[in-house]
Design a protein around this ligand. Structure first.
Ligand SMILES: Cc1cc2nc3c(=O)[nH]c(=O)nc-3n(C[C@H](O)[C@H](O)[C@H](O)COP(=O)(O)OP(=O)(O)OC[C@H]3O[C@@H](n4cnc5c(N)ncnc54)[C@H](O)[C@@H]3O)c2cc1C
Length: 294
């Protein structure tokens, strides 16, 4: 029986765990994939206090080291189901855990285009992480689909590694910072393909060969997909937790509508999805939980 179980070891869950542990709560973190979460996908961070520039994986490692230094217990298991009664029950494939309080900090997952063969070729020509897979396509031609800040920043990252980067966007205008848009437009290695859509993946001999757009085909080695994300809330399906478009609704204390259940970071409904807000909400939730537990 734990005081607090935290689902997700991204920056939000880790920040919460640090505050919880320092308040003497008996805390457990459960992480279904890689400690650090989305941080592991960010090539360069230039807007996190204390670092003029740091890579996402380096910041993830620093945070993970803090978890180990504070001897905070964690399990690398995916949460499949939760029961939100007075005692909170958290189920994974092989285990069941119990706690007084629950913090959901499970982040978001990248959206896919919904094309045939897309999921089958993830990691084999289709990717949602330029930092993880970009180096595999050194001096090759690749494409990115998307028109937001992530798509544009990742296109700039890939332009330094790959022979050519096609940036495909279904509209004329991008939704990104002015400076990022300017840098993309000035980068000779990036070719913009606007007002266009990917119709089909070209697969031959069980190998990804390229993509078919509205009016042309592109032979590329990899397609990077950056078209937004969906909150990781599947394990809450059996609960009455209030969601808006799959994002968890919380108040200013990061409490959900269910007693002693909190949520923080990219999984909640909010205006600003950044590292600093995710960290701050994790800390807010943990401080409120420890105050309530006194
Ligand atoms: C490409 C990209 C670049 C970005 N660049 C910046 C930037 O430069 N500066 C900035 O401030 N922000 C940036 N962001 C936003 C920032 O990364 C996020 O706001 C932040 O990482 C969210 O942290 P989190 O802890 O809420 O979620 P995450 O980091 O996503 O962590 C959630 C964790 O929960 C785990 N999880 C999910 N479901 C389960 C389950 N069922 N069981 C167990 N564990 C589970 C996941 O595996 C994950 O590790 C960027 C985002 C992207 C995608």
């Amino acid at each position: 029986m734990y005081d607090l179980i935290i689902i997700g070891m991204g920056i939000s869950g880790i920040s919460a765990a640090i505050y919880a542990k320092r308040s003497n709560l008996n805390v457990l973190i459960i992480e279904g994939d890689t400690p650090g979460g989305t941080l592991n996908k960010i090539p360069n961070i230039t807007n996190y206090p204390g670092f003029s520039k740091i890579s996402g994986p380096d910041l993830a490692m620093n945070l993970f080291n803090t978890i180990n230094e504070l001897e905070i217990p964690y399990k690398l298991e995916k949460v499949t189901d939760v029961i939100l009664e007075d005692i909170k029950t958290v189920k994974t494939k092989d285990n069941i855990y119990h706690s007084k309080y629950l913090l959901i900090a499970s982040g978001r997952k990248p959206n896919l285009l919904g094309l045939e063969h897309e999921e089958e070729f993830l990691g084999k020509g289709i990717s949602t992480c330029a930092l993880c897979d970009g180096a595999l396509y050194k001096n090759k031609e690749v494409a990115i689909v998307g028109g937001g800040e992530s798509a544009l920043s990742e296109a700039l990252y890939l332009a330094k590694i790959c022979k050519k980067v096609y940036l495909i966007h279904r509209r004329e205008e991008f939704r990104a910072k002015e400076l990022t848009i300017k840098n993309v437009k000035e980068e000779p290695n990036i070719e913009l393909i606007l007002n266009n859509e990917i119709k089909k993946l070209i697969i031959k001999d069980n190998t990804f060969k390229g993509i078919e757009l509205k009016n042309k085909k592109l032979n590329i080695s990899c397609l990077f997909i950056y078209i937004g994300s969906t909150p990781n809330t599947e394990f809450l399906k059996q609960t009455d937790i209030k969601l808006d478009n799959n994002s968890i609704i919380v108040n200013e204390k990061n409490e959900t509508n269910i007693k002693d259940v909190y949520a923080s970071g990219d999984v909640i409904k909010k205006d600003i999805y950044q590292l600093i807000t995710a960290a701050s909400e994790g800390a807010t939730a943990a401080i409120n939980i420890s105050t309530k537990n006194r």
